[in-house]
Design a protein around this ligand. Structure first.
Ligand SMILES: NC(=O)c1ccc[n+]([C@@H]2O[C@H](COP(=O)([O-])OP(=O)(O)OC[C@H]3O[C@@H](n4cnc5c(N)ncnc54)[C@H](O)[C@@H]3O)[C@@H](O)[C@H]2O)c1
Length: 334
């Protein structure tokens, strides 16, 4: 039996705790700054809880899952690494590239083993697209199109601390594009709009955004995101090359309504409504991978260095949007 620890039993943490608890040969012990939350969740799962992270680490856990708000990730990663415990941390690793770079350096210095939670790497569709690109089935890849659409905005308070739409939403597309192609982003040109509720403008954020990325092999990618896609939660990636196009996410639950000569047989629905249902299986595979990584059975599937690169792309998009000009990654990479 492998004992895993988890800190932060909020929206995603409670879900991850239940997932870990259901994995074969895994037990979970949970903690939260609000100890009552940890105790309640442990009670509902039939798992154990600890009063704080220190106590969690003293349980002799094989791995630590961090699902607390972004601002606390750095300190908790440090604590896990200092304890010699493999760490899984939800994305983003930090709210700025500068802070993420400090974490990368600290993890490297102490020989830490840290996996970051970009779950699209564990989605069957995204993995199949990567395999097609990897075996050369598409010929020369020249065009990619990624999108992340939420049905409705999160609360205003969340927007104020989210880091903005590129860091909060599109960062998943940026990671997926790097992972699927094996290429780095050279430059971006990004824009955002604020047609929705006034709290987006008040936070300096956009509710809808688009970015054009140039990769280091001269392929072009467009990434779009919106907080207002009332038809449902839509996440797709298309990759196009001289030999054809493949796509992830084009299943019966895609909130898309073909019109014109479509015969109405696809997609049959019901439409996805949240990241939790859309990526349920990916989250399970991701945490199984973390158990395997912590136990030394597989290599790290998503490093802090990967998270840093995706965040740099998001920061380049923020700068491009602010100054209305193309921005090279060299301008934001430290
Ligand atoms: N990969 C994904 O698809 C995905 C989806 C949602 C959220 N996230 C990420 O997960 C993280 C958590 O998001 P959420 O929406 O679940 O947050 P949340 O606010 O719902 O939950 C956070 C929990 O952590 C606890 N907490 C806060 N600070 C703590 C500390 N220092 N020590 C211990 N416990 C602490 C809070 O009491 C709360 O229970 C964020 O970084 C977010 O970006 C990732």
């Amino acid at each position: 039996m492998t004992l895993m620890g988890l800190v932060g039993v909020g929206r995603i943490g409670a879900f991850h705790a239940a997932t870990l608890h259901a994995l074969p040969d895994v037990e979970v012990v949970v903690a939260d700054a609000q100890a009552g939350r940890a105790e309640a969740l442990a009670g509902s799962l039939g798992a154990r809880w600890a009063p704080d992270v220190g106590a969690l680490l003293r349980e002799g856990i094989a791995g630590l899952v961090i699902a607390t708000p972004t601002g606390s990730h750095a300190e908790l990663i440090d604590r896990g690494v200092a304890n010699g415990t493999p760490v899984f941390c939800e994305k983003p690793v930090a709210d700025t590239g500068a802070r993420s770079l400090e974490i990368v350096k600290s993890v490297d210095k102490h020989g830490g083993r840290v996996q970051i939670g970009f779950q699209r790497r564990f989605d069957a569709g995204y993995a199949a697209v990567r395999a097609e690109v990897g075996r050369g089935a598409l010929g020369r890849v020249h065009t990619l199109r990624g999108q992340t659409c939420d049905p409705a905005p999160p609360p205003a308070a969340y927007i104020a601390t989210s880091g903005g739409i590129f860091k909060d939403c599109s960062v998943h597309d940026f990671d997926a594009i790097r992972w699927v192609t094996g290429r780095e982003v050279l430059s971006v040109f990004a824009a955002g709009s604020q047609g929705g509720e006034p709290f987006f403008a008040a936070s300096g954020d956009a509710d809808t955004a688009a970015a054009l990325l140039r990769l280091d092999d001269d392929a072009l990618a467009t990434v779009t995101a919106t907080r207002y896609h009332g038809a449902g939660y839509a996440v797709t990636l298309e990759v196009q090359g001289t030999g054809g196009t493949v796509g992830a996410g084009f299943d019966d639950r895609l909130p898309l309504r073909p019109v014109g000569d479509a015969d109405g047989t696809w997609p049959r629905g019901p439409a996805q409504t949240s990241f939790m249902s859309r990526f349920h299986e990916a989250y399970v595979r991701e945490l199984q991978a973390f158990v395997d990584f912590a136990e030394g059975r597989i290599d790290n599937p998503c490093t802090v260095g990967d998270a840093l690169e995706a965040l740099y792309v998001a920061e380049a998009c923020d700068l491009s949007r602010a100054e209305n000009r193309p921005v090279t990654l060299a301008e934001v990479r430290r």
